[in-house]
Design a protein around this ligand. Structure first.
Ligand code: ZN
Length: 104
């Protein structure tokens, strides 16, 4: 049986509905935990920061943040994780931009 490991990412956001707007200076990572424990921690953090609209906590699978390598150019970059969360594939900022500008 594979036990999934989950982490909780918290911080303030420009847009609290979008994980990619998280301010990296405020980012804190907790875990890894089991999925239910991670959700419990995330809910606790959200409750604790209920007065701060821009503060949010997210539950993310741990393996996502362990692999920051872009599938297009093999470069390691923070934006790979953000794009994986947003678009569902591992791509860095610059490859994503060139794809957007010149769709294949
Ligand atoms: Zn790339």
């Amino acid at each position: 049986m594979i036990i999934d490991k989950y982490i909780v990412i918290e911080g303030t956001h420009k847009n609290p509905n979008k994980i990619e707007t998280l301010n990296s200076k405020t980012r804190k990572i907790h875990g890894p935990y089991s999925k239910s424990k991670a959700e419990e921690i995330a809910n606790g953090l959200i409750q604790k920061n209920v007065d701060n609209f821009y503060h949010r906590a997210w539950v993310v699978k741990q393996d996502i943040i362990q692999n920051k390598v872009c599938e297009e150019c093999n470069a390691e970059d923070e934006s790979v994780i953000q794009n994986l969360i947003i678009h569902g594939y591992k791509i860095c900022k610059s490859c994503n931009l060139s794809k957007t500008l010149f769709p294949i």
